[in-house]
Design a protein around this ligand. Structure first.
Ligand SMILES: *Cc1c(COP(=O)(O)O)cnc(C)c1O
Length: 456
């Protein structure tokens, strides 16, 4: 075999073109072979299919057809968030334009740890992070791998500002990555304020802050993972101000409501936070990863500064070479801003607002359909694009079993959430192309599986 071609340089596009044809054909073949939201047959059958298709993964002599084989096999065995019946998680179908931009990011391979590896990509990152941070009412933003890393960074910056005695106070509805970050950073045990209605209660927060020794970092949530609920942000901000507590808002899910004139007001209070987590691989239609941590005071970022002579020597910095190392805890780093920037500029605020408004409207439609179906119960009217439902009068074990049967049969992908002391099926609607007929079909699949085995 001759030396394999490279993706960048003058010959890169020529080398990529036939390979892209192969990839696109394989995506089509694999998706057709699957024929639904998830491969049928469950974990053992899916793994066996993959092993059979791949064969020897590290043969002595290479296989020129490996790209086609692997992409076809993975596509055939994928959960496809572009299928309207694939609606379990905050796992979005990426936009074609974002994915195409991500290909360019892979081909050019800029690394955001030094200017000499990413001259234009670092300038684009500056532009994009400032633009999005200001749109959220803050000042600057760091690029992360998602909500988990953003929440971790938020706690780190808070600890550097307030000391190692900083205590995290969060709602019981908060994402698990927040208490985990406190553990990772060696902070005092976090305190979870009960959230019986699904959102953080400002009075309960006030009581907790009154009784616990400070300093405090309060973490509120704009878009809970289980139910898509938004904490009362302005009231929480007032309580934090009264107790001199620092405020972090995890807007991993609801953040993109900022683009929508119809729904933006639901994020009032966001700009009162010291830090805000945004995660555009959820309600932002980006391929993973596309996280951001927005900050109000850029001085909060100073503790991230680090000297590494090979990346940001002081004499290089003095001579005007940008110092990028303090923009992340990571060193080598992908240009995840290229796909985000391509999306923002291609769609504009209006285009993004339309997508947000569409998926929120789908949730209302699904809730209407559930309400009209006596064999199903609806948890509550949806706030965002999450709808919780369950077969009426079924015990939790039946609901759990139903969900497993749907995913192992490959007929529908729904999530699950414990709320109100009961187990609910969770539909997280992120596909703007979903039609009402798809939602009816989703309910039909639930009902047919509630009542017995799948028709042959
Ligand atoms: C998904 C989610 C996270 C974690 O984000 P990742 O991108 O998966 O790391 C954090 N907080 C909330 C509220 C989430 O929904």
């Amino acid at each position: 075999m001759s030396t394999p071609p490279l993706a960048s340089g003058p010959h890169g596009p020529g080398a990529l073109r036939p390979l892209l044809h192969t990839v696109l054909d394989a995506l089509q073949d694999g998706t057709r072979a699957r024929g639904g939201p998830l491969p049928a047959g469950g974990p053992d059958k899916t793994a066996a299919h993959l092993r059979d298709a791949v064969g020897d993964l590290l043969p002595e002599h290479g296989d020129p057809d490996a790209l086609r084989t692997l992409v076809t096999a993975v596509a055939a065995g994928s959960a496809d968030p572009a299928d309207p019946l694939c609606a379990a998680h905050l796992h979005c179908p990426p936009l074609a334009v974002a994915t195409a931009a991500d290909l360019a990011a892979s081909a050019l391979n800029p690394s955001l740890d030094s200017w000499d590896q990413a001259p234009a990509a670092s300038a684009l990152e500056t532009l994009l992070t400032r633009t999005l941070a200001r749109h959220a009412g803050l000042t600057d933003a760091l690029v992360t791998t998602g909500g988990t890393e953003s929440n971790h960074l938020a706690l780190l910056l808070a600890r550097e500002a307030h000391g190692a005695g900083l205590r995290l106070v969060h709602g019981a509805n908060a994402h698990h990555s927040l208490p985990r970050a406190a553990w990772l950073l060696g902070l005092p045990d976090p305190v979870a304020v009960p959230a019986p209605a699904g959102t953080l209660d400002p009075a309960a927060l006030d009581a907790a802050l009154t009784h616990l020794p400070g300093p405090h970092l309060v973490a509120a949530t704009a878009g809970t993972t289980d139910a898509g609920l938004i904490d009362p942000l302005p009231d929480i901000a007032d309580v934090c101000a009264a107790h001199a507590a620092r405020l972090h808002i995890d807007a991993s899910y609801a953040g993109p409501l900022l683009f929508s004139p119809t729904h933006r007001a639901r994020l009032d209070g966001l700009d009162a936070a010291h830090t805000v987590t945004l995660d555009l691989h959820k309600l932002g239609w980006q391929p993973i990863a596309a996280g951001l941590l927005a900050v109000r005071d850029p001085a909060d970022l100073t503790p991230l500064h680090l000297d590494a002579d090979y990346l940001n020597a002081p004499d290089d910095t003095a001579a005007g070479i940008p110092d990028l190392l303090g923009r992340s805890l990571r060193t080598s780093r992908r240009p995840d801003t290229l796909k985000i920037a391509a999306t923002l500029k291609t769609l504009g605020r209006r285009g993004l607002a339309t997508l947000v408004d569409q998926v929120l409207a789908h949730a209302q439609t699904l809730a209407d359909l559930v309400t009209a179906e006596p064999r199903l119960d609806l948890y509550d009217r949806p706030t965002l694009s999450t709808v919780l439902l369950r077969p009426a009068h079924a015990p939790d074990t039946t609901v759990a079993e139903l969900r497993r049967r749907l995913i192992t049969d490959g007929r529908a992908v729904l999530g699950r959430a414990h709320l109100d002391g009961r187990l609910w099926l969770k539909a997280t609607l992120l596909n703007p192309h979903t039609r009402p007929a798809d939602l009816t079909l989703l309910l039909d699949r639930i009902l047919e599986r509630t009542e017995g085995p799948a028709p042959a």
